[in-house]
Design a protein around this ligand. Structure first.
Ligand SMILES: Cc1cc2nc3c(=O)[nH]c(=O)nc-3n(C[C@H](O)[C@H](O)[C@H](O)COP(=O)(O)OP(=O)(O)OC[C@H]3O[C@@H](n4cnc5c(N)ncnc54)[C@H](O)[C@@H]3O)c2cc1C
Length: 392
């Protein structure tokens, strides 16, 4: 143990790397501990990866503010200007257009690995950040002036603040004794990358069906990422189809507006679970991102929520640091927990409502469709919802 760090971030995923950059940019001495390898460079013409996220405007602005956005090559980001959601019939729908908010777009779809690589490039430009790879925490001891984190390589690190950004199975959360509330939705999401006949679309759409939503996320060029939610057995059977059989299933079961699918380029499925930490803070410790919350991905808000955590925590902690105060102070962290936990609870409640209404009994689904059609006519309410979803 050679120094006392201002902050120690565990987990170099998108949320942890963002937090590290935001704190270091304010002059704090930061270490980032990552269990895996540093992200590799991605050639501009590499095939698109399956893990793609929608970055809303608030997330984009945060990445701009910490100097990471410009490291995302234009060839690998796809702006979207329209969002549509419809019921199973496709007749009743709600449409949101960026022009109604006088915005050029709602945000961008970008591969997770491209976002992460951009963030790590930014970290390499910040001399106050020390990166430790292939290591993880085994013990945590909070103290009066600082806490001690022991790593599995035998190192002992002292820091005034530890941030757990180590994802859904967070070891940091477990070491801090923070319990979670979990729910398994009994659904899987099959992600399929396809080459489309139509050129790049600037709309992200979703159709709710009784077995779960089907969504199209546009990617640059003639590419799209499809998300097909269904029960466990049905998803695994579909995932096992050969490329041609899966292509035909998509053309049969996805809305016609997708246009023809020329080829299936890749597929993988993920279980859909909810997990929420019972608290976000402990003495000298805070949780951010999936370590704090895993939500239903149907509205593509999980990463955006995590980046809002990073923004809120770094705003409060750097304000204390700049004022010469303790950045791991109990009141600073409590303020962060009070700000963020209710926001996540509201998002969980919204996702829960969508899930239960549209996978519920027929009358409930009918009511849901009617709700979408009604919402489409309420222009000012639509603008409010959009501003909220964009994190503005
Ligand atoms: C099917 C699907 C689709 C999704 N689509 C969207 C979307 O469109 N938009 C959106 O906003 N969100 C989306 N999400 C959610 C989003 O992917 C996650 O919220 C986001 O990846 C969480 O980032 P994170 O940095 O918090 O965690 P992670 O990405 O899990 O990163 C955790 C990091 O910590 C490291 N780590 C783990 N354990 C340790 C340890 N013990 N020690 C050290 N390091 C450790 C890991 O190696 C990793 O680098 C989706 C999720 C799913 C499942």
């Amino acid at each position: 143990m050679d120094e006392i760090l201002d902050a120690l971030i565990v987990g170099g995923g998108m949320v942890g790397a963002t937090t590290a950059a935001a704190l270091a940019q304010a002059g704090m001495r930061v270490a980032l501990v990552e269990g895996g390898e540093p992200p590799a460079a991605i050639p501009d013409d590499a095939p698109f990866d399956l893990r793609v996220s929608s970055l809303n405007l608030a997330s984009q602005r945060l990445l701009e503010a910490i100097g990471a956005w410009d490291h995302i090559p234009e060839a690998r980001r796809c702006p979207f200007r329209h969002i549509e959601a419809s019921d199973e019939s496709g007749q009743r729908h709600v449409h949101f257009g960026a022009e109604a908010l006088e915005l050029p777009d709602f945000g961008h779809f970008v591969e997770n690995r491209v976002i992460r690589r951009a963030l790590w490039q930014r970290l390499s430009e910040l001399p106050q950040v020390r990166v430790i790879c292939r290591a993880g925490p085994v013990a945590w001891l909070p103290g009066g002036q600082h806490g001690l984190l022991e790593l599995d390589d035998g190192r002992l690190l002292a820091a005034r603040l530890v941030v757990g950004a180590d994802g859904a199975g967070s070891r940091t959360r477990a070491l801090a004794g923070i319990a979670t509330r979990d729910e398994d939705y009994g659904q899987r999401a099959l992600i399929i990358n396809v080459r489309t006949r139509l050129p790049q679309q600037d709309v992200s759409w979703q159709r709710f069906t009784a077995s779960g939503p089907r969504a199209m996320l546009p990617l640059p060029g003639h590419h799209a990422s499809l998300v097909w939610y269904d029960g466990d057995a049905a998803t695994r059977a579909r995932e096992a189809l050969d490329d041609e059989a899966l292509r035909q299933a998509i053309e049969r079961d996805f809305p016609e507006r997708l246009g023809g699918v020329e080829a299936v380029l890749g597929r993988a499925s993920f279980p859909i679970r909810r997990r929420h930490a019972e608290r976000y803070v402990r003495p000298r410790l805070a949780l951010v991102g999936d370590a704090a919350h895993v939500i239903h991905p149907l509205a593509g808000q999980g990463l955006n929520l995590g980046l809002q955590d990073a923004e809120a925590l770094s705003r409060r902690v750097t304000a204390a640091f700049r004022a010469g105060q303790d950045p791991g102070d109990r009141r600073v962290l409590a303020g962060y927990g009070r700000e963020r936990r209710p926001q996540t609870l509201a998002m969980i409640a919204a996702m829960e409502t969508f899930h239960r209404v549209f996978t519920g009994a027929a009358p409930l689904r009918q009511a849901g469709g009617a709700g979408l059609a009604l919402a489409d006519r309420l222009e000012s309410a639509k603008r409010q919802v959009m501003r909220h979803a964009l994190g503005l």
